[in-house]
Design a binder for this molecule. Structure first.
Ligand code: PEP
Ligand code: MG
Length: 581
């Protein structure tokens, strides 16, 4: 019996996007460089060398094709990258050494692995950083060569069909965004945490997803039957007929519950004793607004504008910014649209080749978000001018991400003022009193939220990063996902500090991190005094249902009890008592 004959193989990961998807595996693999030890009998050595040469020819053809593509998209200077890759393949050392290893009775795969290892070790000794880093190009070429040797086809997301469930080691946010254009039922990955941007995009697309499965890619084959249960965070391989039937039934029940909740769409998010909060949606793209309105959002609490940069190879123009934001602002009228300025970096890597993005050792602590914008003031100003102009088309606000010190807000405002001066000169209209907010997602500003509150018109708490930075838990690393705890006493105290600081300064405090869209935290957040909850649109009806079923008095009691707890057991006890009171 092969692993593929076994039924109902259950794998456990991290639930990333709710819902259940049943379909067939689409294995979306990265090229890999792995050591395959295999001896070749003497009489097959010639065939093995021929196999290597054929793979080299195929790899060259692929590289030349890439070169043409790059030339079209980016111009000649970028196409030189592919040029350099072809040169690597023509390198006599690579060929000579590989053939020598095959002549000793090794497989072509073994030979390529060993030769690449030798060349990269030699590169490690080079002083000049630029040349040293070229070793990555050699590894890239070797991986392609390895794929051709193994006769594997490179699959692209364009090959997906309507039954596909994408299984991959990792998916970048831009891979996930590309799924918008193609049919995909769900996805499952080896790596990733609940608040990785890939997971967040899956929620926006309303695609069930499980991440952090560790080794699913080595357990599946293309076309295998699979169920992705994004509610429980499990995946079932080769599900039996009975399991499939059970899941179909479960799916129908959930769809009916969601439909029922959608009936709350036009009702306010008001507690039973009359406190109303704003429920906004997080979006990455103007196309999502229809779904946002369908789910009954009262605004866009977070427009992740950087997604415009992820799938393209040229910088968006001021006109493109203006047009995108205007579309959203008009459709959302009279509700507010909070446009977060570019938050590139971290796990959101653009293909624009900005600075060292993509090569930093600690990208989440690197040149990300506002830091990148202040480093590239023209790039930032172009976006700000687009936002300012869109402000005449609706209720638009600006929000700066990853603020870690007050000076960043002031520097950003200086660039905003320059943008305003230029627009006035150009005779272009904008809202002179546009509101400016700061994301509170770095502990340094959470602690001094009272100072920040005086500098801005509003604050929005980004718990995805605030928890990551406070608890030193990489939000995309499945091995530490269990430490990512929104109810940790440190987090609760920080939330209280931020909300109280905002209110003392007469400013509204919202939350646009995942915590705001998780029903299990809604009552505590309400009790802490949060004014606005912003989340994936699909979560809005669930959160509204919770808010409408509780009194502010009870919510405050719960928050106060939680703030007294010193460990998880005490916290669970308080929550249990509240549930069954
Ligand atoms: C956050 O950090 O909580 C947030 C909303 O921003 P992002 O998830 O895009 O980093
Ligand atoms: Mg963030």
């Amino acid at each position: 019996m092969t692993p593929n004959d076994k039924t109902n193989i259950i794998l456990t990961g991290v639930p990333a996007s709710p819902g259940v998807a049943i379909g067939k595996v689409f294995l979306f693999e990265d090229d890999e460089l792995v050591l395959i030890e295999k001896t070749i009998p003497k009489n097959k050595i010639k065939d093995e060398i021929t196999r290597l040469n054929q793979a080299i020819v195929k790899t060259k053809a692929e590289l030349q094709e890439n070169q043409v593509e790059l030339n079209k998209m980016l111009g000649k200077s970028y196409a030189k990258i592919a040029d350099a890759h072809v040169l690597i393949l023509n390198d006599p050392m690579l060929n000579k050494d590989a053939v020598a290893l095959i002549n000793e009775g090794n497989s072509a795969e073994f030979a390529i692995y060993k030769v690449t290892e030798k060349i990269t070790k030699a590169f490690d000794l080079i002083d000049d950083e630029y040349f040293r880093e070229r070793k990555h190009d050699i590894v890239d070429v070797a991986k392609k060569l390895m794929r051709h040797l193994q006769g594997k086809q490179k699959k692209t997301l364009a090959d997906l069909d309507s039954e596909s469930i994408v299984v991959s080691k990792n998916l970048t946010p831009s891979d996930t965004v590309s799924m918008r254009e193609v049919m995909v039922r769900g996805f499952a990955t080896d790596t990733g945490g609940k608040t990785s941007h890939t997971a967040l995009v899956a929620q926006s697309l309303e695609i069930p997803a499980v991440v952090g499965l560790k080794n699913i890619t080595s357990q599946v084959s293309h076309g295998m039957s699979i169920i992705v249960d994004g509610n429980q965070g499990i995946v079932i391989l080769n599900p039996s007929k009975e399991t499939q039937e059970n899941y179909k039934r479960e799916h129908d029940i959930q769809a009916a519950t969601q439909k029922n909740l959608e009936k709350l769409k036009d009702l306010p998010a008001t507690t039973i004793d009359g406190k109303e909060v704003v429920l906004g949606a997080n979006i990455e793209n103007p196309e999502e607004v229809r779904s946002v309105l369908k789910h009954g959002a009262n605004g866009i609490g977070l427009y992740r504008s950087e997604f415009m940069y992820l799938t393209r190879k040229t910088l968006p123009t001021e006109e493109e910014h203006f047009s995108n934001y205007s579309k959203v602002a008009k459709m959302m009228m009279p509700y507010e649209v909070i446009i977060r300025t570019i938050d590139l970096g971290g796990d959101k890597i653009s293909k624009l080749g900005l600075m060292n993005i993509g090569q930093e050792a600690n990208p989440f602590m690197g040149l990300r978000a506002i830091r990148l914008c202040l480093k590239y003031p023209d790039l930032f100003k172009t976006q700000l001018k687009g936002i300012l102009r869109a402000s005449v088309n609706g209720n638009v606000k600006i929000m700066y991400p990853m603020i870690s010190q007050i000076e960043e807000i002031r520097q950003a405002n200086d660039i905003l003022n320059q943008a305003k001066i230029e627009l006035r000169k150009e005779g272009k209209k904008f809202d002179e009193n546009i509101q400016i907010g700061a994301m509170i997602e770095v502990p340094s500003v959470a602690v001094v939220a009272d100072i920040i509150a005086k500098e801005v018109d509003f604050m929005s708490i980004g718990t995805n990063d605030l928890i990551q930075y406070t608890m030193a838990v990489d939000r995309v690393n499945e091995d530490v996902a269990f430490l990512y705890d929104p109810l940790h006493p440190a987090i609760l105290r920080l939330l209280k500090t931020i909300i109280d600081a905002g209110h003392n300064a007469g400013k509204s405090v919202g939350m646009c991190g995942e915590m705001a869209g998780s029903p299990e935290f809604s009552i505590a957040l309400l009790g802490l005094g949060l004014d606005e909850f912003s989340m994936s649109a699909i979560q809005i009806p669930k959160i509204k249902n919770v808010i409408r079923s509780v009194s502010m008095k009870d919510a405050k009691n719960l928050a106060n009890e939680l703030l007294k707890c010193s460990d998880r057991a005490a916290i669970s006890g308080v929550i249990k008592k509240f549930k069954y009171r």
